[in-house]
Design a protein around this ligand. Structure first.
Ligand SMILES: *[C@@H]1O[C@H](CO)[C@@H](O)[C@H](O)[C@H]1NC(C)=O
Ligand SMILES: *[C@@H]1O[C@H](CO)[C@@H](O)[C@H](O)[C@H]1NC(C)=O
Ligand SMILES: *[C@@H]1O[C@H](CO)[C@@H](O)[C@H](O)[C@H]1NC(C)=O
Ligand SMILES: *[C@@H]1O[C@H](CO)[C@@H](O)[C@H](O)[C@H]1NC(C)=O
Ligand SMILES: *[C@@H]1O[C@H](CO)[C@@H](O)[C@H](O)[C@H]1NC(C)=O
Length: 581
């Protein structure tokens, strides 16, 4: 509990108003030989209700659920609403407004990335002696080499640089009219041609296993597994999963949702395989394994994969809970009181100081200017002063003055001003499926207990995971919308104010109640304060010379690459170069 009681409580009072500062290096016991391995698994566009630990029986995620039941369910975990901002916050511990990443994602043909003068999590861990590895998606820029993972603190990267690829050919066609299809798959800076045609969720899992086995406990490991799953592939074939996986979900009538379930299932199995590899490499007893989605699922519209964020309104891209509150779990033998629900509000930017503390890495008091908070003492310890936290915890969900969207959380209060997509996604977009039922859900407990993850993690439990506990946690993790007075809010025209602790479904706008006038005014003022600290956005327009057709049909470091008309990418078996249409 080093340093928690004095300094962390102080910062609990101050966070939001003052940049969070970690404890002095001198407070931290040196324990270099025993730093924990950290395995962080990020899903892409996975909906809030597309894991089964919240109660859905449509298709089960026994491995993810088991990770939570043997560890902790992160009940109120928030991310940004889209990929680039949330990955930026994860990697820097800062709000997107404090890195210039707040406005919109990096489209592949755009020459910008996360500013080089901001320190990243990977750089911190690399400097502290960790072996740092990224498997999968990056999406923080690749226009020049200096933006890419191996220049940003990762010793090793296997995967893709851009927003998405397809699951077999690893090519990307951005939904931009005059940009052509390009190949995007690398091992470090080199194009990686091996295994084209193998389902990429399995490839990433296999690569994670390989890294773990090769590490074999020789060096503290940071492994970020950043899955493509369950993002859509290219437009003409957006949902992709192996036939044998889809066959397991024949009972799902909606054909899109059926394939989606198979994509989620493969992702779920990935967690089981990673846990198994850690156990085989004798690393699990000193590991922290965390899993979360990068943002809400896109139920409809661009990149919609048929995800469900039930019962929240909104989805990916929006400031509603369906866009920013995400599924997440953590497991580690270093956590006390496992088999519980972690209630405090948590932000994706908290991982940097939290994991650094877990690894005894002192962070510079002034240099990082973190917005994230060190939750390791709370996560790993037994208790947490929730009432204190409730008063103070703040998250800037959105502050974008280009599209005029603001969303701020302070304690239980959420202030919303403006909305995305002209309000088209401002409702509950999906309902929980009650008729297409996973046959395994007739004995949900057995399905969870039978998962690879549970079979292995139970060896670390003081007492057997019981049906009663699983049912209790699942019941408590279910979201209850409450049935207070319904006062809707048109965020295009008016400010909205919700108490999300009792009204997580944002159905009862309190902005016009005189009773809450002080809160409304306080939050408005706070938005203004944040507005003054926001960096200008980094976004830059794409240009035609960045098109893959000028770069051997690949997405490459176009600011440095010499255009050529050599169209061979990965030998003669490589993908053809498809032009823009
Ligand atoms: C870092 O770079 C950004 C632009 O990329 C700039 O706005 C910011 O002021 C710089 N910060 C520091 C501390 O140099
Ligand atoms: C892993 O390390 C152990 C103990 O140091 C050793 O016995 C084993 O051979 C190693 N395994 C591999 C695959 O290198
Ligand atoms: C448990 O797993 C085994 C092997 O994976 C499988 O054959 C069996 O049907 C499973 N049982 C349950 C209850 O899911
Ligand atoms: C709320 O939105 C309106 C319209 O975009 C804007 O004029 C006002 O400044 C916003 N208020 C805050 C606190 O951001
Ligand atoms: C797309 O077309 C516009 C208008 O012709 C042009 O300005 C832009 O550079 C093109 N972008 C790309 C990436 O080709």
């Amino acid at each position: 509990m080093f340093g928690f009681t004095s300094k962390c409580l102080l910062s609990l009072i101050c966070f939001g108003l003052i940049n969070y500062e970690l404890v002095d290096a001198s407070d931290i016991p040196k324990n270099d030989e025993n730093k924990p391995h950290i395995i962080f698994i990020l899903a892409d566009d996975l909906g809030f209700d597309d894991v089964s630990f919240r109660g859905s029986n449509e298709f089960l995620t026994p491995n993810i659920d088991a990770l939570g039941y043997h560890g902790k369910i992160l009940n109120r975990l928030y991310s940004s609403a889209i990929c680039t901002p949330s990955r930026g916050a994860l990697m820097t511990g800062r709000y997107p407004i404090h890195t210039g990443m707040q406005h919109y994602v990096i489209s592949n043909e755009e020459p910008w990335g996360l500013p080089e003068n901001v320190t990243m999590l990977s750089e911190i861990f690399q400097k502290a002696g960790y072996s740092t590895n990224l498997v999968g998606k990056w999406h923080l820029g690749f226009g020049k080499r200096e933006f890419t993972p191996t220049h940003r603190g990762f010793d090793y990267h296997y995967g893709f640089w851009g927003g998405f690829i397809d699951y077999y050919q690893r090519r990307n066609k951005m939904p931009v009219r005059n940009v052509s299809m390009g190949y995007d798959f690398r091992r470090n800076l080199e194009l990686e041609c091996a295994d084209i045609g193998t389902y990429v969720t399995d490839l990433f899992t296999h690569e994670a296993e390989r890294i773990i086995m090769a590490n074999n406990n020789t060096k503290p490991l940071l492994l970020v597994v950043s899955h493509l799953a369950v993002h859509t592939a290219n437009d003409q074939d957006p949902l992709q999963a192996p036939e044998e996986e889809i066959a397991k979900f024949q009972y799902i009538k909606d054909p899109k949702r059926r394939i989606y379930a198979a994509m989620v299932s493969r992702l779920d199995q990935s967690i089981g395989r990673i846990i198994h590899a850690l156990e085989k490499a004798n690393m699990l007893q000193n590991s922290i394994v965390a899993f979360q989605s990068d943002n809400g699922g896109p139920s409809v519209g661009l990149f919609s994969n048929s995800a469900s964020n039930f019962p929240f309104k909104g989805q990916k891209v929006t400031q509603w809970e369906g866009g920013v509150r995400v599924p997440g779990v953590i497991w580690s033998p270093l956590l006390h009181k496992r088999g519980s629900i972690f209630q405090p509000t948590m932000y994706i930017g908290d991982w940097l100081p939290t994991l650094a503390d877990a690894a005894n890495i002192p962070l510079s008091r002034s240099g990082l200017r973190l917005d994230g908070i060190n939750l390791w003492p709370a996560l790993s310890g037994d208790s947490f002063n929730q009432s204190k936290q409730k008063l103070d915890r703040e998250i800037v969900h959105h502050l974008d003055d280009i599209w005029h969207v603001v969303a701020l959380l302070q304690g239980d209060w959420k202030y919303v001003n403006g909305t995305m997509a002209s309000g088209r996604f401002d409702t509950l977009l999906t309902y929980r499926e009650l008729y297409d039922i996973d046959p395994r859900s007739s004995d949900y407990f057995a399905a969870v207990a039978n998962s690879t993850t549970s079979q292995i993690l139970r060896r670390y439990d003081a007492s057997t995971l019981e049906r009663k506990l699983v049912n209790k946690l699942r019941y408590e993790a279910a979201i209850r919308c409450g049935n207070g007075v319904q006062r809707s809010c048109n965020a295009l025209l008016e400010e909205c104010l919700y108490n999300v602790a009792v009204d997580p479904c944002e159905r009862n706008n309190l902005a016009s109640s005189p009773e809450y006038g002080d809160i409304l005014r306080r939050m408005r003022r706070r938005v203004e304060q944040h507005r003054h600290t926001a960096w200008p956005t980094n976004n830059r327009r794409g240009q035609s010379e960045y098109d893959p057709s000028y770069h051997r049909c690949t997405w490459t470091n176009f600011l440095q690459d010499t255009p050529t008309d050599d169209y061979l990418v990965c030998g003669n078996d490589g993908p053809p170069c498809e032009s823009a249409n």
